[in-house]
Design a binder for this molecule. Structure first.
Ligand SMILES: [Zn+2]
Ligand SMILES: [Zn+2]
Length: 314
């Protein structure tokens, strides 16, 4: 798997950064995470063919995360796409697409399969095809917003028995529930989530934006090899981050550290930051393996052999 950031700006546009969009490529298949305005041009520039896109995952319906979808769908229509396109997004998106002439189901030469995300959901497996499994969890952002976690499909339900036992999981029924994706409570009263005890040998990618620090973000990032996390502000604007449902670079780094992630890419930068090295420096003081997400750069997502459950510095 590899990840190519196409846009790393938050809602206010700036000359040198695009609005949010990420390409995930796995065995020749392309998956798009968010689709800000201008994404189709950025796909062209990155040399990624839109005909290869199998699914689009939208985090939430703020304009900077999905306005690029309309143009992209029209271009797919003009080139007479035949294969269905999966769109995973809040339910409201169907109504929005319906209201656009040219984007209604009868207008398109291909089928849109919308997997609607409902407000209030705790965890949902949203995609299981093409060798990957994608799950979603809610974030905290003022309006309904989901983060995503991608892993190899053949790895997702394997539980690390020794690790589970060390956390107090003993009964067969508890193992079965964990394997089915459900949390269980130990006899000591501790809640153990499936992501905490997954046997991990495939690469994991987590996508966490836009959000204040929250349990959903932490679970998505658990032991991820590559975590993309928003860092709209620096810590000097922590109040502003809280007011607007965003994270600081320090927040992102703490999530990466507490989740035992391997590598952190910061993104979704406020227009106020011309020099992003201040955000990188702030995060690195907490989580060393941090970088600023560079647009058009391909980041390989590879599995770490010995996965620590938490960072030794934590
Ligand atoms: Zn945003
Ligand atoms: Zn937003």
């Amino acid at each position: 798997m590899e990840l190519i950031p196409l846009g790393t700006s938050s809602a206010s546009i700036v000359r040198d950064r695009g609005l949010t969009a990420y390409v995930l490529r796995n065995q020749g298949k392309v998956f798009l995470f968010d689709c800000g305005e201008g994404t189709q041009f950025r796909l062209l520039k990155a040399g990624v063919r839109r005909s290869r896109i199998r699914a689009v995952f939208i985090t939430h319906l703020h304009a900077d995360h999905y306005f690029g979808l309309f143009g992209l769908l029209i271009s797919m229509s003009l080139e007479r796409r035949k294969s269905p396109l999966m769109i995973i997004a809040p339910r409201e998106l169907s109504d929005i697409l319906q209201s656009f002439s040219g984007l209604r189901p009868a207008d398109l030469p291909f089928k849109i399969e919308h997997i609607p995300l409902e407000e209030g959901l705790e965890f949902q497996e949203v995609y299981m095809a093409d060798g990957i499994q994608v799950s979603a969890r809610p974030l905290v952002h003022g309006r309904f917003c989901m983060g995503y976690r991608v892993e190899r499909a053949d790895q997702v339900h394997r539980i690390d028995g020794a690790l589970a036992a060390s956390l107090g999981i003993t009964a067969k029924e508890q193992f079965q529930r964990l394997a089915a994706g459900q949390s269980v409570r130990t006899s000591g009263g501790q809640v153990v989530a499936p992501d905490q005890v997954r046997k991990k040998s495939g690469a994991v990618f987590a996508y966490v934006t836009d959000t204040s620090p929250c349990p959903g973000g932490l679970e998505l990032a658990r032991n991820a090899d590559l975590l993309v996390h928003e860092a709209t502000f620096g810590q000097e604007r922590a109040d502003r981050a809280r007011e607007t449902g965003h994270s600081t670079a320090s927040d992102a780094a703490l999530t990466a550290r507490n989740a035992g992630a391997g590598r952190l890419l910061l993104t979704h930068f406020s227009a106020r930051y011309k020099d992003l090295s201040v955000l990188e420096k702030e995060a690195k003081a907490i989580f060393l393996n941090t970088e600023i997400a560079e647009e058009y750069q391909a980041y390989p997502i590879t599995s770490r052999k010995d996965m620590p459950q938490t960072d030794p510095a934590a």
